[in-house]
Design a protein around this ligand. Structure first.
Ligand SMILES: C[S@@+](CC[C@H](N)C(=O)[O-])C[C@H]1O[C@@H](n2cnc3c(N)ncnc32)[C@H](O)[C@@H]1O
Length: 508
C-alpha cells in the first residue's frame, strides 16, 4: 500500500567528509539551542506537535546559516546554491550531492533526509533519518527510518545510566539511543533488522564522533552468545493484525502476533545480560479474556519474567482500548481517515483484537536486572500515570539498587539501619473541620516517581522521628511501649510500608 512513495537511498558520508560536516554544522550554529532561537517557543511547540508551517515561516524569514540548513534538512524546502555555500562553506555542494545528503532539482538544492540537531544538557549531537511524515506526500514507505519520536525520548529518559563497559541497542533505527549510551559506555553494539536503518545510525554516529559496532539481524541474532552490562530497546512493539493489506512498517512492527515481540525480548534477555546487567525496554501488552493473564496486565507480564531469574520492575504508563489503539495505528504513517484504505485497515485491526479476545493495550517501560549473585529475584508491576521527575533514569537506577539491597537484607537488618527522610519528602495532613485528629496523612515525594503514600499515625510518627540517628527498631519499640501494643507485632506490620519507602528513596 505505501511502498509507492519514493524514498531516497540513505546517505553515505565518507569518513573524510564527516568531521568537516560536523565542524560546519557547529559553525553554522545548527544546534538545538541555535534552532530553538530561530524558531521561538510557539513555532517549536507547533513543530513538536507535527505542525511545521509556523516553523517553516520562521526559517524562511531568517538569514542565519542554521535557518538555511533547517530548510534543507528539516523542512525539505529548496535552497539556492549560494545560500547553501554561505551556510556550510566547510563542505562543497558537490560533496553533499555525492554523499546523498542533498539533490539538485531545477537549479536548487533539496535535502534527501532529515538531519537535525539533537542533544541533552552536556551533549550536542545530530540525528539523521528519513524525511518525516510532515514533508512526505502520502503514506510513508514501509522501510521508513524514523527520527527521534516520543517513545525514543521516553526510553532515553527512563534508561538508568551507570558507567558500563558494553551496551547493546536493539533496533537502533536512526541511532538515537546509542548517542545517549556513548556518554557512559565504553563500547556499543547497535543492531537492526533494516540495513537502511543501520546506514542512518552510522551517519548519526559519525557526525557525533562515535564509532558504533553496527550489526544487521533480528533481535538477539546478531550478538550470538555475547553478554552486556546494559541493553536498551525501543522495539517495533506495535500490535499489528497479520493480514494481507495491512502494511508491515519496519519501524513499528516486529512481525509477531500480538505483543509477541516484547514477550520474546523479556523471555530471552537473561542469557544476554552479564551478572548485575540491566535491560530497559519500551513495550505494549495485551489484556482480555483471550490472552494469558486475562484482564490483569501484571499477571501477563509476570508470566514472561517467571523463571528467568531476572529482577523485573514494570511500570504501565497508560492504557488504550482496542478502538483507540486501532485509530492511532491505522492513521500512523500518513494514512488519512475517510479513505477506503484507512477504513479497511481500521476494521482489520479491530477484527484481530476481537478474534484474539483482546480488550485493552497497556503501554509502559520494562526494567530487568540480572542479580549479581544468587539472591532471589524480585518482581514489581505497577501503574503510574502521573508526571514524574525527568530524566527518570537516575530514579530507576537508585530504585534498582535499593530493591536489590532490600532483597539481600531481612527484616531485622532493615529495622536496624538509622534511616533518614530524603530531602524532597514532605508530609501533608488533612483534617475534617472541627476534628483534631487528621483524616489522612500523606507523605509526598517531590522528585523521583513523585510517590504519594498514605500513612497511619504510627508510621507517620516513625517517619517523622527518623533522622539518621535512631533506628526503626528503637523507635517502634518506644512507640509500642507508650501505646501499650506488642512491639514485635508493630514491627512486623510496619515492614511493608518501611520497605516500600526505602525502595522508592523516601528513606535513605
Ligand atoms: C521504534 S524503532 C526504534 C528506533 C530507535 N531505537 C529509537 O529509539 O527511536 C524500532 C526499530 O527496530 C527495528 N526492527 C524492526 N524489527 C526488528 C527486529 N526483528 N530486530 C531488530 N530490529 C528490528 C526497526 O527497523 C526500527 O529501526
Amino acid at each position: 500500500m505505501s511502498d509507492q512513495t519514493p524514498s531516497f537511498p540513505p546517505p553515505t558520508v565518507p569518513a573524510e567528509v564527516a568531521p568537516r560536516l560536523r565542524a560546519g554544522l557547529i559553525a553554522a550554529n545548527y544546534t538545538v539551542d541555535g534552532l530553538d532561537e530561530i524558531l521561538g517557543d510557539r513555532a517549536s511547540a507547533a513543530l513538536h506537535r507535527g505542525q511545521p508551517l509556523l516553523a517553516l515561516r520562521q526559517v524562511r524569514e531568517s538569514a542565519q546559516p542554521a535557518a538555511t540548513l533547517a530548510r534543507l534538512w528539516v523542512f525539505n524546502d529548496p535552497v539556492a546554491g549560494e545560500d547553501l555555500e554561505t551556510a556550510l562553506p566547510q563542505v562543497s555542494a558537490d560533496e553533499l550531492v555525492d554523499a546523498g545528503l542533498v539533490l539538485l532539482v531545477d537549479g536548487q538544492f533539496v535535502g534527501t533526509c532529515d538531519l537535525r540537531p539533537y542533544g541533552e544538557e552536556t551533549s550536542q549531537w545530530w540525528v539523521v533519518s528519513d524525511l518525516g511524515e510532515n514533508v512526505v506526500d502520502g503514506p510513508l514507505p514501509t522501510s521508513h527510518v524514523l527520527g527521534v519520536g516520543g517513545a525514543s525520548s521516553t526510553l532515553a529518559s527512563w534508561t538508568p545510566r551507570p558507567g558500563v563497559v558494553k551496551a547493546l541497542d536493539i533496533g537502533t533505527g536512526c541511532g538515537v539511543q546509542s548517542l545517549h549510551l556513548a556518554a557512559h559506555t565504553q563500547s556499543i553494539v547497535a543492531t537492526d533488522l533494516s540495513q537502511r536503518a543501520l546506514a542512518y545510525a552510522q551517519i548519526t554516529g559519525a557526525l557525533s564522533g562515535l564509532s558504533l559496532d553496527l550489526r544487521l539481524g533480528s533481535l538477539f541474532e546478531p550478538v550470538g552468545d555475547e553478554q552486556f552490562d546494559l541493553v536498551v530497546s525501543n522495539p517495533p512493539y506495535v500490535i499489528t493484525p497479520r493480514r494481507d493489506g495491512v502494511a508491515l512498517y519496519e519501524y513499528r512492527d516486529g512481525g509477531m502476533v500480538g505483543d509477541g515481540i516484547v514477550q520474546h525480548l523479556v523471555e530471552n534477555m537473561a542469557d544476554r545480560l552479564k551478572p548485575g546487567g540491566i535491560a530497559q525496554l519500551m513495550g505494549n501488552w495485551e489484556t482480555g479474556p483471550g490472552v494469558s493473564g486475562g484482564d490483569k496486565w501484571q499477571t501477563r507480564v509476570s508470566g514472561w519474567v517467571e523463571g528467568s531469574g531476572l529482577d523485573a520492575w514494570i511500570i504501565q504508563r497508560q492504557t488504550q482500548d482496542t478502538a483507540e489503539y486501532a485509530e492511532t495505528w491505522a492513521r500512523d504513517g500518513g494514512h488519512r481517515p475517510g479513505t477506503a484504505e484507512f477504513e479497511q485497515v481500521y476494521v482489520d485491526w479491530l477484527a484481530d483484537f476481537a478474534e484474539r479476545g483482546v480488550e485493552e493495550i497497556g503501554f509502559g517501560i520494562i526494567t530487568l536486572q540480572k542479580p549479581a549473585d544468587d539472591r532471589p529475584a524480585w518482581f514489581s508491576a505497577e501503574a503510574i500515570g502521573h508526571q514524574v521527575a525527568s530524566p527518570v533514569g537516575p530514579t530507576i537506577l537508585a530504585g534498582l539498587r535499593a530493591r536489590s539491597w532490600l532483597a539481600h537484607h531481612d527484616d531485622a537488618e532493615v529495622l536496624s539501619v538509622p534511616w533518614s527522610v530524603a530531602s524532597d519528602v514532605t508530609e501533608e495532613r488533612t483534617f475534617i473541620p472541627g476534628e483534631s485528629d487528621p483524616s489522612a496523612i500523606i507523605l509526598r515525594q517531590g522528585g523521583g516517581l513523585r510517590r504519594a503514600i498514605q500513612l497511619d499515625t504510627v508510621m507517620a510518627g516513625l517517619v517523622s522521628a527518623l533522622d539518621g540517628e535512631l533506628t526503626p527498631d528503637q523507635l517502634i519499640s518506644g512507640i509500642a511501649l507508650l501505646t501499650e501494643v506488642d512491639a514485635d507485632a508493630a514491627k512486623a506490620s510496619a515492614m511493608p510500608v518501611l520497605r516500600g519507602l526505602i525502595a522508592d528513596g523516601l528513606l535513605t
